[in-house]
Design a protein around this ligand. Sequence first.
Ligand code: ZN
Length: 453
Amino acid sequence: MNDTPYWNPRHETMPRDQLEALQIRKLRNLVEWADIQVPWQSKRLRDAGVTADQINSLEDLRRIPLMTREEWMQGQVENPPFGPILAAPEEQAVRYHMTSGTTGKTPIRVLDSMKDWEWIAEMWCYGLWGFGIRPTDTVFVAFGYSTFIGFWGLHYACEKLGCLTLPGGAMTTEQRVKQIMDIGATVVASTPTYALRMAQEAKQLGIDLANGPVRRLILSGEPAGSIPATKKLIESEWGAKAGDTAGMTELGTIMIFECTEQPGGTHIIEDHYIEEVLDPDTAEPLPYGELGERVVTSFGRGFIPVLRYRTRDFVLKQPGSNCSCGRTFDLYDGGIRGRVDDMKLVRGTNVYPRAVEAIVREHAEIDEFQIHLFTEEGRRDEIELLVEIPDASIDTKHLISQLQKELAESHEGLRFGVSQVDNETLPRFELKAKRVLDERIVIGTEDELRGRA
Ligand SMILES: [Zn+2]
């Protein structure tokens, strides 16, 4: 095989007009199929006056009603356990998965067929191949292999590429680090947080990861893989290149990946998805370069047609030509930039956990951190950053005052308390780090507060 940088050279470099024609054709088929197979979708389309034969341009996409996570959940409650979304009989499914439920809500439950799993792996192949993973690689998957769909698709994609694939489930961090070294893994797949956790563990074990066999990391599960300071730290700790990807249980697989050019963003797999960026308040489309909410339409999953699903993810789209790799697939600059729901309102200032992480990760001396919100004297919102600084030779006083200054400067002068806590006292994460502890008496996202006002 010629070593092309693209998994699907024809589609990944297709001129935009041809790519859009392909999307329109696939969209028409998707609408027609959802209309026939899913009565619930059919009613939604009928109510909106949409039929497949009317879809002639990407503009027509906007006539299809948006779907929210709340509707999906409500459908599951009324029609347990899967809701009215399935396009095939349950007995045709081979696998059951559900969301990890970090938001504390009821999980979303999904089914897939064998054919769906082929597609799920195919999507991961775009990302793995695109980041330089080849059949000669040995891939260690640092993942818990549970009902969370996460890296299952990556595992199958690695096998599809012909890589030697190690399922690193049910192991301690120490065992994982040792296995990576023992087997000579050249690729490691994990969340960004867990990549850092393994690096800390290696240091304690006296293992020099940076001079070890690993040459690439595939990151997923959290948006931090595209935060420059976090990526830089992971790359220096591992002596390897780190590539970001992102997927969701609602789609079953990834929809974006970083290429070897590492342009500071992730390409959208646009021959299998249409990704829109909308104003989260008005649902109006936003042009390139403006931050908005991701809305996804997916062509590939046989069990669950997804039409204009509001993800609550913040993204900023740029043309694919901004990257030198030659792909025409558009980019999400900075990957997934956080979630609409992650935003915290503290004394009138918006605080995004991602922005705080971007500052913290500039200081490699900090091992782990937590953003703690609480109410002072029963009325005043306070925000403090708790940090672990294991190296006793560090001038912590200076570091803390430096952090306070940087945090205030990037948050309209909002004062952050910064406190050092004992090592290994903050929670550690394998999957979906949750570093915000909100103990305020009146807890609310900006949306909720707005609704209350
Ligand atoms: Zn690229």
